[in-house]
Design a binder for this molecule. Structure first.
Ligand code: C2O
Ligand code: CU
Length: 420
């Protein structure tokens, strides 16, 4: 089912914003569900800025519990990263915190609660954070689509019960999937129009393989970062926290479906009415962001993903562990001088997929031959899979590295890296 929402779109020049998490009623699957939202909405307001601007955002905590906001994928100064213990104290009810940071990279990012996030994100504390290019490609519509799932009980209310099995398996998968479409549905999309779709997966644990019908186009960015060569549009694996930008021309109603599970699931659609001649302009690569160049690795490390139902025991105290430790250890997994290029080999020894996310940096996924693939902030590993990543650790501070299946993070699959 689909819920169409016109997100609060801030003009690109506005970068002073208050984000107030609070209790809300969201209309989901025909029910009025008690959820949480920023500024009264689920998703929260769509933040839109231009590359190079400075964001000034005040978190005004109107919850009856703590709050924190993390700017997922944005290279922010460490103090602005929104992580309990590592970078700041939790903001208590009634209190506020002022975040200020520049946005050096254009792309599709998002923000979300980083406090008890498996619970607060699943209740709705997230939103899109869009940084527009100085020379954005010409499109008729720039639409954010967030695939969000929620677990509702018999009476259509948010299911409070956390089953331990959720934590030890593939996580807490919702029974109601919603495509939250911002902006686009308030405007009339015609057949032949050129669209930029910014797909985001804010679900806590659910992985999608998003099929797109009714669009002839290309994949132009992953996790916010432009691909050097746009790729053929095929079903897109979108694990929790990941993003994908697609540019293409509407050939009919745009339908989203998910083929990750055994059954193909309809996720929603963007209707079209009327038609026009499609633009002839080819779809080319987005302008590259200015990123640090990798050196020969000055540091190598291995990170082993362990635990969960049915796998060998480990020495951590939680269900999941990284290198035999569950949860944030006192000493970091890795400590390097600022500017070090590190090659980290991540090995998934568990019986479930995971998606490992590094804060404050992007990294190259390396293929089996060691060639650099996409530049991402979250990498998906199927059960039994090993992936090497290459990262220039140039942003000083303490940075979390964790599974973005937030039930797994909550139950041990988290560590950190110290830079500088
Ligand atoms: Cu989007 Cu630490 O996460
Ligand atoms: Cu995981």
């Amino acid at each position: 089912m689909t819920v169409a929402l016109a997100g609060t779109r801030l003009p690109a020049a506005t970068h002073e914003l208050i984000l107030a998490p609070q209790s809300i009623k969201a209309h989901l699957a025909g029910y009025d569900v008690s959820m949480l939202g920023f500024n009264g909405g689920l998703p929260g307001p769509e933040v839109r800025m231009r590359q190079g601007q400075t964001a000034r955002i005040t978190l005004d905590n109107r919850l009856e519990e703590g709050a924190l906001v993390h700017w997922h994928g944005l290279r922010v100064p460490n103090r602005m990263d929104g992580v309990n213990v590592l970078t700041q104290d939790v903001v208590i009810p009634g209190d506020s915190y002022r975040y200020q940071f520049g946005v050096p990279d254009a792309g599709t990012y998002w923000y979300h609660s980083h406090y008890l996030s498996y619970d607060q994100v699943s209740r709705g504390l997230f939103g899109a954070f869009i940084v527009e290019e100085q020379n954005a490609p010409a499109v008729d519509h720039d639409i954010v689509v967030q695939f969000f799932d929620v677990l509702l009980d018999q009476s259509g209310q948010y299911d409070e019960g956390f089953n331990p099995a959720h934590f030890a398996t593939e996580g807490r998968i919702g029974n109601t999937v919603t495509a939250l479409v911002s902006n686009g549905t308030s405007k009339n999309v015609r057949q032949g129009d050129r669209l930029r779709l910014r797909l985001i997966n804010p679900s806590i644990d659910r992985v999608y393989r998003v099929g797109l019908d009714g669009l002839a186009g290309k994949i132009v960015a992953l996790d916010g970062m432009p691909l050097a060569q746009p790729q053929t549009l095929e079903p897109i694996l979108l694990a929790p926290g990941q993003r994908c930008d697609v540019i293409g021309d509407a050939t009919g109603p745009i339908r989203f479906d998910d083929s990750f599970g055994e059954r193909t699931l309809s996720l929603g659609e963007i209707a079209v009415s009327g038609s026009r001649e499609p633009a002839k302009a080819p779809i080319t690569a987005l302008p590259a962001n200015r990123m640090p160049a990798p050196q020969d690795p000055g540091q190598t490390a291995e990170l082993v993903l362990q635990g969960g139902a049915g796998s060998a025991s480990h020495n951590g105290t939680g269900t999941w562990a990284l290198n035999d430790v569950s949860g944030l250890p006192r000493t970091p997994f890795l400590s390097v001088a600022q500017g070090t290029t590190a090659r980290i080999s991540i090995r998934n020894e568990t019986g479930f997929p995971h998606v490992m996310h590094l804060h404050g940096h992007h990294f190259w996924e390396l293929d089996a031959a060691g060639e650099a693939g996409p530049y991402r902030d979250s990498t998906y590993l199927d059960t039994g899979e090993t992936r090497d990543i290459l990262v220039v650790l140039d942003n000083p501070g303490s940075w979390m590295l964790h599974c973005h299946m937030l039930s797994h993070q909550a139950d041990g699959m988290a560590t950190w890296i110290r830079v500088g």
